[in-house]
Design a protein around this ligand. Structure first.
Ligand SMILES: [Zn+2]
Length: 408
C-alpha cells in the first residue's frame, strides 16, 4: 500500500514537471518566433496540437499571451497569431547591497519602469526585513498608475542563499542564519517570490541580456567587497544540490596571507577585494612609495583609474591582485572549459593592467586547446543593479515555475 502511495505521489510529481516543461517550451517558442500561429507553435515545439491548444488557452486566459489577427496573403479570413503580452506583466526586482537597498519595477520585456534606491540605515537583519517589506508595499501602492498588479518579486544579496528553500543560509553582513525570507515576503504580499545569490544571478543576467548571450558556457567573476562567481553551463546557472557552487573567494591563493572571515588564511577574497586593494595602497604610501594620488582622499576608484594611467604603485598593486585572480581563472578554465570569462567590479576600470595580467596567466596555466575559443571581457550590465534579480524571474519563467501562477 505504502509503495502504491509513493508511486502515486511520484507520478503526480512527474506529470507536474512535464506540465511545467511544456508551458515553458511554448512560452519560449512564442518569445522567439512571435507573431506565430498555433499550428506553427506545434511544429516548432514538437508538442501535440491538442497540448498547444490547451496551454495557449490557459496562457491567454491568464493574460500572458495575446492574439493578433494577421491578414493572409490570399486576402481571405485573417489568420490568428500569438504574441507575448510581456509589456503588461510587471514584477519587482530587489537588490540588498552593503549600504543600499535597490528596488525596481520591470515588465517582462525587460524594460525598467521605475527604480529607487534607499540607504540601509541599520545592519540588523530583522530591521532590514521591515524596511524591505515597507519599500515593497510603497512600490505597489504608489506606482499603481504604472500597473495595478505585481506578478512576482525577486531579491538578490551576497552570501550563502538556498533558492530552492527560499532561505538565506548565511550572510556575514546582516547576521542572517537559515532565514526564511521567501516565506515571510509571500505571507505578507501573496506574490510568488524568489531569492538568489547576487553574483550567481548576475551571471544569469549576463547570459540572458548581456556579454554571454551568444554562448552556452560562461563564468562571471565578481570582485567587490567579496569575491564570487556564477557558472553557466548549457545556459543554466550551476548551483548543485547544496546550492552554493561558485564560492571562489575562499580558494587559498597566498598561504602566508591574512586571516579571512571564513577562518582560512590568504583566501582570494583577502588578496583582491576592493577594501584590500585600498588598504594595500595606503600601507605602501605610508611605507614611502611614490604615487600620484593623495592619501587623505584616496578611494578605490582613484586607484583603478591611476593604474590605468600607469601610476607605478597602483599598477603594481592591481597587477599583484590580477595575478591571484588570473591563477584562479586558469583553474576554472582547466576545470570547466568555458567559452567566456566575464569580470565584474570596479577593478575592471584598470582595464589594460587587469586583463593583460589575467591573459598571461591563462596563456601559461591552461590547456592550449581551451584557449582557442575563449574570450575574457568586462561585464556589460551594471553589476550593482537589480537586473540580476530580474534575471531570476526570467529563469523562473523559462523553467516553467512561474507561468501557471501569473494571472493579470
Ligand atoms: Zn575565506
Amino acid at each position: 500500500m505504502l509503495q502504491n502511495n509513493q508511486q502515486t505521489v511520484s507520478n503526480i510529481a512527474n506529470i507536474d514537471h512535464i506540465k511545467k516543461i511544456n508551458y515553458a517550451t511554448i512560452y519560449k517558442v512564442i518569445e522567439t518566433h512571435a507573431p506565430i500561429s498555433r499550428v506553427k507553435i506545434a511544429q516548432v515545439s514538437k508538442l501535440a496540437p491538442a497540448s498547444v491548444t490547451k496551454i495557449t488557452r490557459k496562457l491567454l486566459e491568464n493574460g500572458i499571451i495575446t492574439e493578433i489577427a494577421r491578414q493572409t496573403s490570399t486576402g481571405g479570413r485573417p489568420a490568428i497569431s500569438i504574441a507575448l503580452n510581456s509589456a503588461s506583466i510587471h514584477v519587482l526586482a530587489i537588490k540588498i547591497g552593503r549600504n543600499l537597498l535597490s528596488i525596481s519595477r520591470y515588465n517582462l520585456s525587460g524594460e525598467q519602469l521605475s527604480n529607487k534606491q534607499v540607504n540601509i540605515e541599520l545592519a540588523n537583519g530583522e530591521q532590514l526585513i521591515e524596511q524591505i517589506i515597507s519599500e515593497i508595499a510603497l512600490a505597489i501602492n504608489t506606482e499603481k498608475p504604472l500597473g495595478e498588479k505585481i506578478s512576482a518579486i525577486s531579491i538578490t544579496l551576497a552570501g550563502l542563499i538556498n533558492p530552492k528553500q527560499g532561505r538565506i543560509i548565511y550572510s556575514s553582513r546582516y547576521s542572517f542564519n537559515n532565514f526564511p525570507l521567501v516565506e515571510i515576503i509571500e505571507q505578507q504580499f501573496n506574490i510568488p517570490t524568489f531569492i538568489g545569490n547576487h553574483t550567481r544571478c548576475l551571471a544569469l543576467a549576463e547570459h540572458y541580456f548581456g556579454a554571454s548571450q551568444d554562448c552556452a558556457d560562461s563564468i562571471l567573476i565578481s570582485v567587490h567587497h567579496g569575491v564570487g562567481s556564477g557558472i553557466i553551463i548549457h545556459g543554466k546557472c550551476l548551483l548543485g544540490e547544496n546550492c552554493h557552487i561558485g564560492e571562489i573567494g575562499h580558494i587559498q591563493v597566498n598561504p602566508a596571507g591574512k586571516k579571512c572571515h571564513c577562518g582560512n588564511f590568504g583566501c582570494l577574497e583577502t588578496e583582491v577585494s576592493d577594501n584590500v586593494i585600498l588598504e594595500k595602497v595606503k600601507n605602501a604610501i605610508n611605507d614611502g612609495n611614490f604615487t600620484t594620488l593623495i592619501y587623505e582622499t584616496l578611494t578605490v576608484e582613484d586607484i583603478y583609474k591611476a593604474a590605468a594611467n600607469n601610476d607605478p604603485l597602483c599598477r603594481k598593486v592591481v597587477e599583484d591582485a590580477a595575478n591571484y585572480l588570473g591563477k584562479t581563472v586558469a583553474i576554472l578554465i582547466n576545470l570547466l572549459n568555458p567559452e567566456k570569462i566575464i569580470i565584474a567590479g570596479k577593478i575592471t576600470e584598470s582595464k589594460g593592467t587587469l586583463f593583460s595580467t589575467i591573459q598571461q596567466c591563462i596563456t601559461h596555466q591552461t590547456l592550449p586547446e581551451f584557449q582557442n575559443k575563449l574570450t575574457i571581457l568586462p561585464t556589460k550590465l551594471q553589476p550593482n543593479s537589480t537586473v540580476a534579480a530580474f534575471a531570476l524571474i526570467k529563469q523562473a519563467i523559462y523553467e516553467g515555475n512561474l507561468l501557471q501562477e501569473i494571472h493579470i
